[in-house]
Write a protein that binds this ligand. Structure first.
Ligand code: AMP
Ligand code: MG
Length: 330
């Protein structure tokens, strides 16, 4: 067996950023911090570079990648924006919103999984933005984890999952938002559809567009994305810990000892090593930020089963419950 070369974790110094930008321009993969989760980035205009993403992640070729841009001016180089897309871009970019639009030819088929559309986002993370500016390229990046596992929100999560498959990780600290971007399909601007809930909420999008947005039906999450033709890549079983996970509206009082119990807020009473909480006071932004890190920790605790309490309310709770539902799907 050949030894894989060691992975290196870089701090965001000007020198390191220049080096990583040069590597990206040469067609190499770099794991990058973003405000949502860590991404595995490659030159979005280079089909060969993007194919390496699928190999490293073990990601099926029919799951398209999100293209990240530095400025609004780049949108029209990769996609065909309409007025609705520009309204949302001006309102929510840079930020955790991805917009699906008709694709321009310069975007290779591997990126869009053969679809005539492309998903585009302008991220807000300071280091990722500096890297995008230095690379002078749109960067395709899915989450930097082995396909199907819980998304990474720290450089250490990336190293633990892909350390043997990739060479370069830029450390930008823990992801501030913690769940993947909201995805809205605006191919037909008269019928906007929410493909994935995230930190930009459906209510905020509806307000900005001045119209109703179709929510993702439970059926829209499918293991046969191509056949369903609804939301390519929105696989039902995704973001999953290896230990079976059960969801509850409320965590029961009697709790088995060998099982892990994940509360939204810190519970009262005696707390054993099998009790976890997502945010001290159960605030949604804190819950989202720590959700994947806590799922990982509980997954590694040697428990026979994980139990998690669902989030209550709308807005960000919709995204949190979407990820919990996927993590619990078998
Ligand atoms: P990830 O980067 O792993 O968070 O996943 C990217 C997701 O974006 C995919 O799984 C799809 O759900 C969605 N996506 C990317 N490109 C398209 C597209 N052209 N049409 C619809 N959805 C897309
Ligand atoms: Mg992913």
């Amino acid at each position: 067996m050949t030894q894989s070369p060691a992975v290196r974790v870089y701090r965001g110094t000007p020198r390191n950023l220049a080096r990583l930008a040069a590597l990206l321009r040469r067609g190499e993969l770099v794991a990058v911090p973003t405000e949502t989760v860590y991404g595995l980035a490659a030159n979005a205009l280079d089909g060969r570079a993007c194919r390496k993403i699928f190999t490293a992640k073990g990601r099926p070729a029919e799951d398209p990648l999100i293209v990240h841009i530095h400025g609004l001016g780049e949108l029209a180089t990769v996609a065909e924006p309409n007025e609705a897309a520009l309204v949302l871009a001006r309102e929510f970019w840079p930020g955790p919103l991805t917009i699906v639009l008709p694709k321009k030819n310069c975007v290779p088929d591997v990126v869009s999984a053969g679809l005539a559309s492309v998903a585009v986002r302008m991220p807000s993370h300071r280091l990722f933005r500096r890297l995008l500016r230095l690379a002078r390229l749109p960067l395709a990046a899915p989450s930097a984890n082995p396909f199907g596992y819980v998304s990474p929100t720290t450089a250490e999560h990336v190293r633990a999952g892909l350390g043997r498959k990739i060479r370069h990780i830029l450390d930008g600290g823990p992801s501030h938002i913690g769940v993947e971007s909201t995805i809205i399909d605006l191919r037909d601007p008269r019928h906007p559809r929410l493909l994935r809930p995230g930190a930009v909420t459906r209510q905020e999008l509806e307000r900005a567009l001045g119209r109703k947005i179709t929510a993702p039906a439970a059926k829209a999450a499918t293991d046969r994305p191509r056949m369903a033709q609804i939301a390519p890549g929105l696989l039902q079983r995704h973001y999953s810990p290896r230990t079976p996970l059960v969801l509850h509206g409320r965590i029961p009082r009697r709790r088995a000892a060998g099982e892990a119990w994940i509360f939204q807020a810190k519970p009262a009473g005696r707390l054993g090593p099998n009790v976890f909480w997502l945010d001290e006071r159960g605030e949604m932004s804190g819950v989202a930020r720590r959700l994947f890190a806590i799922l990982r920790r509980a997954d590694q605790g040697g428990f026979t089963r994980l139990h998690a309490e669902r989030a209550k309310g709308s807005g960000l709770a919709e995204a949190i419950n979407d990820r919990l539902r996927r993590a619990a799907a078998r």
